[in-house]
Structure formats: structure tokens, C-alpha cells
Design a protein around this ligand. Sequence first.
Ligand SMILES: Nc1ncnc2c1ncn2[C@@H]1O[C@H](COP(=O)(O)OP(=O)(O)O)[C@@H](O)[C@H]1O
Ligand SMILES: [Mg+2]
Length: 141
Amino acid sequence: MRVETNGPEETYELGRRLGEKAKAGQIYCLNGDLGVGKTVFTQGFAKGLGIGEPVNSPTFTIVQEYDEGRLPLYHFDVYRIGDISEMDEIGYDDYFFGEGVCLIEWSCLIREILPEHVIEIEIKKDPERGFDYRSVEVEEK
Ligand SMILES: Nc1ncnc2c1ncn2[C@@H]1O[C@H](COP(=O)(O)OP(=O)(O)O)[C@@H](O)[C@H]1O
Ligand SMILES: [Mg+2]
């Protein structure tokens, strides 16, 4: 599935719809350049799961857990990861194979430890289509 959005509220809305349908054990892999809208998507996704508290990219930790929704949300942003061993240190497999839903910004940086079945979301800009245009590709693997 590919969706074109023309502003942050539309990407948020797409995230919200997918969050409403998310199931325990799923891993959503979010990729795309800095500032493309991964966190905007995540905020909508969290809303769709019933999470009311504000969701931002975890700055000092790799993962942030939100427990107030329909399912726990484990929000990773691995942009600043130095070495894959940092994922072992946080006990990543408890999250990947846990009760909740994982959403991983910059999952391309930890490709070697990702399970086979994930949902890939790639967000892209196209300068010819304007500043607020994004193409959001959702592919279940
Ligand atoms: N169609 C769109 N979808 C998502 N964000 C958009 C869109 N158009 C403009 N933006 C802006 O792009 C920025 C995306 O920021 P953010 O979600 O933090 O990016 P990332 O997490 O990918 O680094 C926000 O300032 C948002 O307002
Ligand atoms: Mg982000």
C-alpha cells in the first residue's frame, strides 16, 4: 500500500488508522530521511492505540515504553546507536517478542537483528510535489 500525504495531519491520520488496527507482537519499521515525518506518524500511531500522553523521539534512551493504550507501545529511535551491542544491553528481544507493539524509527541501522516478519514503512519526500508532500509506503514482510 502506498499513501500520499500533503501535510503532517494526514501522515498523523494514517498512523492513527494503522495504530487502531495494530496487533500484539507486530514490529513496525520506520525509515526515511531526518525530518520526513517518522515521529509524526508515530504520534498518530500512538493515538490510534489509545495513548493520550505526548510521544516524542526518545532522546537519551533507545526505547520509550507507553502503557496506557490498548496494547503497550515500544517506541524505538535508533538513529544515535553507535553499536548493535547497545540493543543487547537494553534487552531488545524482550520488546521484539513481548506483549506489545514495536515501532522502530531508523530500523535500517539495526537490520541484522530484525526478525523476518516486520511491517516496513518508508516515508519519502519529492521536492517537485511541494514542501509538505510525502509518499508513505507500507509493506508487510
Ligand atoms: N506530509 C507530511 N507528513 C509528515 N510531516 C510533515 C509533512 N509535511 C510537513 N511535515 C513536517 O515535517 C516534519 C517531520 O518531523 P518528524 O516527524 O520529527 O521527522 P522524523 O521523525 O522523520 O525525523 C514536521 O515538522 C512536520 O510538520
Ligand atoms: Mg523522529
